[in-house]
Design a protein around this ligand. Structure first.
Ligand code: SF4
Length: 305
């Protein structure tokens, strides 16, 4: 079956089974094409809850599928490739968070949304990359443990010097590879371009940016510019912008050899088709007590954000 035929089969199978396809913007253009909803990870889980989806296939990594399940326990949620996980989401163990809270009873634990459901269940509040500064600022506690991403954490810490933010040493293995030299080389090649970057990147890279934001914020910023934009995040974003905008060549991928998330790219159209047909993938199941505890942290994020 060629790609066009497979896409047609997927669309047919979606209708037959009442399946909604959610796709993170980092996915390949062919997957974005057959998706019903695309966007950042938390946006996708909120949307699935809003439309009360009966069945979803989440084209992303495991923590994203777990977030859908946390918000929509009745929704059958399928991760097409079970081994698609975000390495950063598990860079601290839930037991370590419990110990830290015992050792530091006045401290609050803030978890980036890119964490497992088990970690969300142990923390006090979740944050997204776009809401982190606002939410941490609003917390009553001044003593904060920020998990797991040291780079997003240090970005928040720099903006909120009145808070004592302890950073965990986790990182996104994709964005953490970026260096100031990568940016300078790209800026030298495109001196007229502005530079937008994701805050999962190291501070030396963030310092050189004209704009720092979450994936959807980078997309909106890039669209609003008239000229060239250097994009400092996973290369799916440039694919997305280039295929959805006229004049797509004005979006310049920073360090394309580094900015590719292997886990996000594990999913193929064939995997999606099998998942819809019930012949592949994994249905996400969360213990109800864990799901409810994780939901408390997400609800607190929604209240504060
Ligand atoms: S890009 Fe980084 S944070 Fe996002 S899924 Fe991949 S490893 Fe995880």
């Amino acid at each position: 079956m060629n790609t066009v035929e497979l896409k047609a089969k997927i669309c047919e199978a979606k209708k037959e089974t009442g399946t909604v396809i959610l796709a993170h913007t980092y996915q390949d253009p062919d997957i974005i094409d057959i998706a019903d909803i695309t966007g950042d990870s938390f946006f996708l889980s909120k949307k699935a809850a809003e439309i009360k989806a009966k069945r979803v296939v989440m084209c992303g990594v495991r923590f994203m599928a777990e977030s859908v399940k946390i918000l929509s326990p009745e929704t059958e949620t399928i991760l097409p490739v079970p081994s698609a996980t975000c390495p950063m989401a598990e860079q601290i163990l839930p037991e370590r968070v419990r110990e830290y809270k015992k050792e530091n009873p006045d401290s609050q634990v803030v978890a980036y949304i890119n964490t497992t459901a088990a970690l969300k269940a142990e923390c006090d509040v979740c944050v997204t990359s776009s809401s982190a500064i606002k939410i941490v600022d609003k917390l009553e506690a001044d003593e904060i443990l920020f998990i797991p991403d040291q780079h997003l954490g240090s970005y928040v810490k720099e903006k909120l010097p009145h808070k004592n933010i302890v950073l965990w040493d986790g990182f996104c293995p994709v964005h953490a590879q970026l260096t100031a030299e990568d940016v300078i080389a790209c800026k030298n090649k495109y001196p007229d371009a502005v530079f937008a970057v994701h805050p999962e990147s190291p501070a030396e890279v963030v310092k050189l940016a004209d704009m720092v934001g979450a994936t959807s914020e980078i997309i909106n910023y890039a669209k609003a510019q008239k000229g060239r934009v250097i994009i400092g995040t996973e290369r799916g974003v440039v694919d997305y912008l280039s295929t959805h905008e006229e004049n797509g060549e004005r979006f310049i991928q920073l360090a394309p050899e580094k900015l590719c998330c292997e886990d996000m790219k594990k999913i193929s159209l064939d995997d999606i088709y099998k998942a819809i047909k019930g012949e592949g993938g994994e249905e996400i199941v969360l213990p109800e007590d864990l799901r409810k505890k994780a939901l408390v942290s997400i609800n607190r994020m929604l209240e504060l954000g």
